[in-house]
Design a protein around this ligand. Sequence first.
Ligand SMILES: Cc1cc2nc3c(=O)[nH]c(=O)nc-3n(C[C@H](O)[C@H](O)[C@H](O)COP(=O)(O)O)c2cc1C
Length: 351
Amino acid sequence: MLDQLIVPVFQAPMAGVSNPVLAAAVTNAGGLGALGFGASTWTEAEAAMNAFRAISEGPVHVNFFCHEEPKRDSAIEKSWIRRFNKEFEILCISPPTALANPYDSSQRDEQLIDFARTYTPETISFHFGLPNGNIVEALKSNGTNVLTSVTNLNDAMSALDAGTDGLIAQGIEAGGHLGTFDARHDDAMSTKDLVAELKRLIDVPIIAAGGIMTGADIQEMLSSGAVACQLGTAFLLCPEASTNADYRHQIKQANSNDTVITRAISGRAARGIKNRITHIGAATSSGDIPDYPISYDLAKHLNAIATEQGVSGYGAYWAGTGVAEARETAASALVATLAQELAAVRTEAVR
Ligand SMILES: Cc1cc2nc3c(=O)[nH]c(=O)nc-3n(C[C@H](O)[C@H](O)[C@H](O)COP(=O)(O)O)c2cc1C
C-alpha cells in the first residue's frame, strides 16, 4: 500500500471538496490522492475516475459511505423542519413539507465490485462501517486494498473481523463526519491516543487522521505507531480543492474554538465551523434530530437557498481543530512542504 508513496501523506477523501485535480496533484507529488464518492452517483464516480486517470498514472484512494439506512419518522422530521421556521422566515421562503434521503448507503451495493474491477482504484476506504462480507471479499480478491475509518476499539475489532486490510484511526480532532459505526455512539479519543491504543492491540497498518497539519504532527503520529497520516483540513485552502469562496473565507478567519462537533447538520456527529444550524443543534437533544442523512436534506436545502441569496451561515463547512493552520498553497507544494518539515524533525531527532 505504501510502496508507491514518497511521503506518508494520504489526502483525505472529502465528499464535495475532493476532486480529480486535487487527488492527481497529491499523487503526482508523492502522496496518495483521494476521491470521496459517498454522496456521488455511479456516473459521477466513473467520470471522476476517468478524469483522475487522464492526469495521473499513480495510485488513487476512493471512498464510500456504509451507514445504516435511516429509520424514517415523519413526526420527528416534521418537528425538525418546524425548528427552522425562523430561518425560513429570514430567507423569505416556505419550509419544505417533507424531507428526502439525499443518498443511499453502499453497505449492500454490489456495483462496488464492478466499479473496482473496471477502474481498479488501488485503495478503497469506507466510512461509518463496511459493506457486506461478499463485497469486501470480492474487492480484496480483485487486489484492492480495503481500509475503514474507526474512532474506537470496538469498531476496529469489527473492521478486522470483516477483513479490512488497514485502519484509518480517526480522532476527535478530525474535520468532517466521525466514522463511528453506530451513529448513537459518542467517541472522544484523540488521534494520538487512538493510534497508540490500536498499535498496542492489533497488527495491521494504521493511518492516523485528525488534527494533523504539519510535518511535526506527522512525525508524532508515526512515532505513536501509524504508517501514514490522512489529512483533510490541511488541503481545504489548496486552490485545487472544490472549497467554495465563503468556505475559504471562513477557514481563513477561524481558530480551533470555531469548530464544533454537531449532529444537527446531517444527523451524524461531524466537526465543522459553527454556523446557524449548529447553533440550533446545540439546543436540541439528539433524539429530536432525524437520522443521517435525512437531516442533511434540510441543511442542504437551506444552504442552497441562502447561497442563491448571497447569505452566509448555513454551509456544512467541515473542518478539524487544526483549521487555523491550513495553508493556502498548491497541493503539490503542500505535500513537498510536509515532506521537508518531516525530514527536518527527523534530522533534529537524531542530533
Ligand atoms: C471537508 C471534509 C470532508 C470530508 N469528507 C469525508 C468523506 O467523504 N469520507 C471520509 O471517509 N472522510 C471524510 N472526511 C474526514 C477525513 O477522512 C479525515 O478523517 C479528516 O479530514 C481528518 O481530520 P483533519 O480534517 O483534521 O485532517 C472529511 C473531512 C473534511 C474536512
